[in-house]
Design a protein around this ligand. Structure first.
Ligand code: ATP
Ligand code: MG
Length: 250
C-alpha cells in the first residue's frame, strides 16, 4: 500500500502512515513479523506520550547530535523496522554527521540482510555495511553477535534505534557511546543507553539531523558542554513522568 492513500488531514495520519510503512516492509521481506509486534508496543507508548517529541527527548536528540559530531567513527545501526519506517531520513542523518550505516538484525537471514541493503540503496544510501560480518560483539550468541569489523566493530559512537535489550547491553559493555531510540523508557535498551531517546523514530531521526545541521559550526568545547549537560537518568525519569501523568495525551 502506498503512503498517498491516507489523507494528510486524517487526525491519525502519522500513526497510519507508520503502520502502512511497516506493512509494506513485511510484504517486501524487509521487516519480520516480529517487527509488527514491536511496532505495536511502540505505538502504545507513543499514544501515552501524545505522539509528540517531549522536551526531554528533544534535549536527548540534541545531545545525540553533539556526540555524533564529536565522534571519530559514528555508525547508525538499521534493522527491519527502521529500514521500512525512515530509510531516507537515516541517509540524511548519516550525511549530516558523516556516519556509516550498518544493517543489523535480531533474526539474521542473508536474504533479509540483502533486501534491506537494496532498500537503503534505493533510498540514496550508497554504502551499506553489515554484510561482511567479520566482527563479533562479545557475550552474544553467534548469529546476533555478527557485525562488520570496520563498522559497528570499530565504532566509537553507535545509534541503535529499536535495539533489543541484550545487544544494547553487550554494545554498552564494549565501551561504545550508545544512542538508543526507544519509545519505552523502561525497556532495557533505553536503560543501558548513554543517550536514551524516548521518541518515535519517525520524529527522532529528522530532529537529530536538524540539531546536527544547526551545530555544524559549533566548537568542540560547545559540543562537549552539550554532552556533559545531558543526564540520561533525568531524561528517562521525565519520559516516565510524562507517560504516567498523561501530560502527553490530549
Ligand atoms: P527489552 O529492551 O526490555 O529487552 P525488547 O527489546 O525485547 O525489550 P521489543 O518489543 O523487542 O522489546 O523492542 C521493541 C522496542 O522498540 C519497544 O521498546 C518499543 O517501544 C520500541 N519501538 C517500536 N516501534 C518504535 C518506533 N517507531 N519508534 C521508537 N521506538 C519504537
Ligand atoms: Mg528493548
Amino acid at each position: 500500500m502506498s503512503d498517498i492513500e491516507i489523507p494528510e488531514s486524517h487526525p491519525r495520519y502519522q500513526s497510519l502512515l507508520t503502520r502502512h510503512r511497516i506493512e509494506d516492509g513485511v510484504e517486501k521481506g524487509i521487516t519480520s513479523k516480529q517487527g509488527l509486534i514491536a511496532q505495536g508496543r511502540g505505538e502504545a507508548f507513543d499514544y501515552l506520550l501524545g505522539e509528540q517529541t517531549i522536551p526531554s527527548a528533544d534535549a536527548a536528540e540534541r545531545a545525540a547530535a553533539a556526540h555524533l559530531l564529536l565522534a571519530d567513527h559514528p555508525v547508525i545501526s538499521v534493522n527491519g523496522n527502521v529500514a521500512a519506517l525512515c530509510p531516507a531520513e537515516i541517509g540524511d542523518l548519516a550525511e549530516a554527521v558523516g556516519a556509516d550505516v550498518e544493517v543489523n538484525l535480531f533474526n539474521r537471514t542473508e536474504e533479509r540482510m540483502q533486501a534491506i541493503a537494496d532498500h537503503l540503496h534505493e533510498h540514496g544510501i550508497e554504502q551499506v555495511k553489515g554484510l561482511t560480518a567479520d566482527g563479533r560483539i562479545p557475550g552474544l550468541d553467534h548469529e546476533r553477535a555478527k557485525v562488520d569489523a570496520d563498522g559497528i566493530g570499530s565504532a566509537d559512537v553507535v545509534v541503535v534505534p529499536l535495539e533489543d535489550g541484550d545487544r544494547a547491553e553487550a554494545l554498552g559493555e564494549m565501551d561504545k557511546t550508545e544512542i538508543v531510540v526507544d519509545l519505552n523508557p523502561m525497556s532495557r535498551s533505553a536503560q543501558v543507553a548513554t543517550v536514551p531517546i524516548v521518541d518515535n523514530i519517525m520524529r527522532a531521526v529528522p530532529n537529530i539531523t536538524a540539531h546536527a545541521r544547526e551545530l555544524r559550526d559549533a566548537s568542540r568545547e560547545e559540543l562537549e558542554a552539550i554532552v556533559a549537560e545531558f543526564d540520561a537518568d533525568e531524561a528517562l525519569e521525565a519520559a516516565e513522568q510524562a507517560i504516567r501523568s498523561g501530560e502527553g495525551g490530549e
